[in-house]
Design a protein around this ligand. Structure first.
Ligand code: P6P
Length: 338
């Protein structure tokens, strides 16, 4: 008789034993995120059937046109976290400032940063998109929470994860003791453990970057791309370019198959495009836990001290060997990537 696969909630509770002082608060918070992911999944999967496609008619704090699903996903996760009673505050890529939840004095110990729907420009063309989140222990002790609770180095994350709404919907997360992936069975609305203890392959032959911006990249990045393509003659087996334009999808593929994802600085965006709090820190925590590496071209992403809620950083993330090859070429061309 085949052993029934374990569901997300059971797994979270089982793993609580890894933390001797666990109060169950973090477990409850992770379960609440799982519930919100199921609600967003339902809307994403029927996006073409209702009036949920297209632009919302507003811009987010990044100045990016919000898709209707961006707003729905943001509100869904905020509402789920507000009612959980386990979250003291939220910083969302979609909102200019933090959202403090503890006005009623309930002393939650955790805050959440999130990109509620990353890659949303791909919604209308049915390309995989995702949700990305981090959980930190709050530093403040009084209610409400403060900005310092959210401006912690990524190394302080207690958990990080993403949901990929793709050919199947998966939730992948870490609490600092490895990375585990769960696949949603939509017929019963349960996430089942499908990818236990994910490790990024030691070698990779996929590179992911918006190569169309080649001429705007630092010379060291151009040199790395020339290496990937075999143009500089030193790479015996040129790599394959795979780029979806949805960070969660690109990173999930590279996590499973091996590869490097790069969003570097460019002439017109010296800090790159991706946000440190909402995209780079959670993904760096996950990839590092899976045996990979994530830097800004020089410094480990998780060691960066955020100064602003929406600050951006260049990112080189994936196999350690590939990231270090890119870093070596950046150093050789002595290009400051930040
Ligand atoms: P570009 C999506 O808008 C996003 O934030 C990431 O998911 C993705 O990796 C990146 O931007 C794509 O940016 O400039 O290549 O279109």
């Amino acid at each position: 008789m085949s052993v029934r696969q374990i569901v997300l909630d059971e797994f979270i509770i089982q793993k609580e034993k890894d933390f001797p002082y666990a109060t169950g608060e973090l477990s409850a918070l992770l379960r609440d995120i799982g519930v919100a992911a199921k609600i967003v999944n339902r809307e994403v999967n029927r996006a073409g059937l209702g009036d949920i496609l297209g632009q919302h008619g507003s811009d987010n704090v990044q100045g990016e046109a919000q898709q209707k699903l961006d707003v729905l996903a943001n509100n869904t996760f905020i509402n789920s976290l507000k009612t959980s009673g386990m979250c003291a505050g939220i910083a969302s890529e979609e909102d200019e400032d933090i959202i403090c939840i503890d006005e009623d004095g309930h002393k939650s110990h955790y805050v959440v940063t999130m990109d509620p729907l990353d890659g949303s420009s791909n919604i209308d063309v049915n390309v995989s998109i995702g949700t990305i989140f981090s959980i930190y222990r709050r530093l403040s002790t009084k209610c409400p929470c403060t900005h310092e609770d959210f401006l912690q180095p990524g190394r302080q994350q207690v958990a990080a994860g993403y949901v990929i709404y793709g050919s199947s919907t998966m939730l992948v997360y870490t609490t600092g003791k490895g990375v585990n992936g769960f696949t949603l069975d939509p017929t019963i609305g349960e996430f089942y453990l499908s990818h236990p203890d994910i490790k990024i392959p030691a070698k990779g032959s996929i590179y992911s970057i918006n190569q169309g911006s080649y001429t705007k990249f630092p010379k060291g990045v151009q040199a790395y791309l020339d290496y990937c393509l075999g143009i500089d003659g030193t790479n015996p087996k040129p790599y394959s370019l795979r780029y979806i334009g949805s960070m969660v999808a690109d990173l999930h593929r590279n996590l499973i198959k091996g590869g490097i994802f790069i969003y570097p600085s460019t002439d017109d965006a010296p800090k790159g495009k991706l946000r440190l709090l909402y995209e780079c820190n959670p993904m760096a925590f996950i990839v590092e836990q899976a045996g990979g590496k994530a830097t800004d071209g020089k410094r480990n992403i998780l060691d960066l001290k955020p100064e602003k809620l929406h600050e951006r950083t260049p990112i080189f993330i994936g196999n350690t060997e590939m990231v270090e090859k890119a870093e070596a070429l950046l150093a050789q061309y002595d290009q400051a990537t930040v």
